[in-house]
Each structure stands twice: as C-alpha cells, then as structure tokens.
Design a protein around this ligand. Structure first.
Ligand code: URA
Length: 234
C-alpha cells in the first residue's frame, strides 16, 4: 500500500499528524536510511523501511494487544476516577483508536483484548461467533456436582435472563472451578454463581477463543498478539 509518510508515522507511532510533521522537520524520520525532507513523500508499506527516532516502525494495519489486567483497573477508554486498561500500555503499543474488546469488572483480573480493529472486535464479541472465554473462578463455598448440569442446560440468572450452555470444570481445590462461556453478559460469571447459591470471591480470565493468557505477563503487563494467535481466535 502507498501512503504519505506523515500519515504512516502518525498511525504507526501513535502520535498526531502535526507531531509527525514536526518530527519530519526535525529530521527524526528516515525511509530506508535516508532522512525524509517532505511530509508529502509517499512510501510503499510492503517494501520501505521507516524509522522514527532511530527505531523501526513495523507497519501494521491494526494492533492487537493482550493485557493481564490487575485488580482495580477499569476496562474503558477513559475514566474520571480510576486507572484504565489503556493507561497501562507501554508507549510502543499505543495507537489512536485502541479500545478494550469486551469488559472485565474492575475487580476481575486477567486477559483483556485491546485493539483498534472494530470489525474483528464486533465479530469476536457476537454470541453468534461462539468465541469461548475461560475463567478461573474462586468460590466462597465448595462447588457442588449439580452445577455441571445446571450450567450445561443454560442457567437462568437474576432478571429471568437465560444463559447459553456453559462448561464447568472442577479442580482439586473444592472452591476453585474453571468456567467456559460463549457469551459475555454483564457480571455473567458472578450472576451464574449467585443463581446456584454460591458467590465469586476472585475471578480471572485466562483464555479468549484459542488464545491463552501468556503466563509470562505479570499483572499490569501487555504484549502484542501475534498473527498466529489471531488466526486461533475463532
Ligand atoms: N463475569 C463477571 O461476572 N465478571 C467479569 O469481569 C467477567 C465475567
């Protein structure tokens, strides 16, 4: 694709168009090692190598990020009072238009998918796509065998809402289960557990579709999701 250098730098480095123009004036941008003298210059995203402040800008049409969300951070693009998931991102991952695709509660931890690809996010979040979300759920009281059938048949939560069939996997710890959902209703895991007379004391999302939360990411850390991982999303 052919694109103007100021547009390319602005999009790929997450800065404004006027900041990109200033960077060009200050000779901070190169194409194939040559200092760019004009913001009108066009480049070929397939062939040309662009650097900004000496660092190569690898062209990506869209950005896909995995964040290990810590407790106390909100899944929103902005918030008056609390820190947002976007504020945790390191500068090299920041771009305009990023948003969390699907929300975790403020006290839920784990995998948040952040992107600027609206079409992919829409598809991923649609219940019709059946993208699995897996959670580790810690309960107030020991789990009961009956949860398996109740969740497999689609439990009705408060307000009369019926959930899609879900899979519960019991662990060796009688207060810890793994729960696999295919949709994302508001407070769904907490309301499902409430419907069977239990209570969630800790919640962590560990998988979205075929993409597992990277165990190397400590809470608050983020990394780019690879192309291979995106192919495993559905
Ligand atoms: N279900 C919940 O109750 N909370 C979350 O954050 C995610 C799923």
């Amino acid at each position: 694709m052919n694109i103007r250098i100021d547009k390319f730098v602005s999009e790929q480095a997450g800065i404004t168009r006027s900041e990109a123009k200033t960077a060009i004036k200050k000779k901070q941008v190169t194409i194939n090692g040559n200092i760019v003298k004009s913001a009108n210059l066009k480049l070929d995203t397939e062939k040309d190598i662009v650097a900004y402040n000496g660092k190569e800008l690898i062209y990506r049409e869209f950005m896909y990020i995995m964040l290990n969300k810590p407790d106390g951070v909100v899944c929103a693009t902005r918030d008056e009072l609390s820190e947002t998931v976007l504020q945790l991102l390191p500068p090299e991952l920041i771009r305009k238009g990023l948003f969390p695709a699907g929300r975790l509660d403020k006290d839920t931890e784990g995998f948040v998918f952040i992107t600027d690809d609206g079409a992919l996010a829409h598809k991923m979040l649609s219940p019709k796509s059946h993208v699995e979300k897996e959670y580790i759920v810690t309960l107030e009281k020991p789990y009961e065998e009956k949860y398996k059938d109740i969740f497999a048949n689609g439990v009705t939560i408060d307000g009369g809402e019926k959930c899609m069939p879900a899979t519960i996997i019991f662990t060796d710890d009688n207060k810890v289960v793994r729960l696999i959902l295919h949709e994302g209703k508001y407070h769904q895991v907490k309301r499902m557990m409430q419907a069977v007379g239990n209570k969630v004391t800790h919640l962590k999302r560990i998988r979205i579709g075929g993409i597992k939360l990277d165990e190397a990411l400590s809470p608050g850390k983020a990394r780019e999701i690879t192309r291979e991982e995106i192919d495993r999303l559905y």
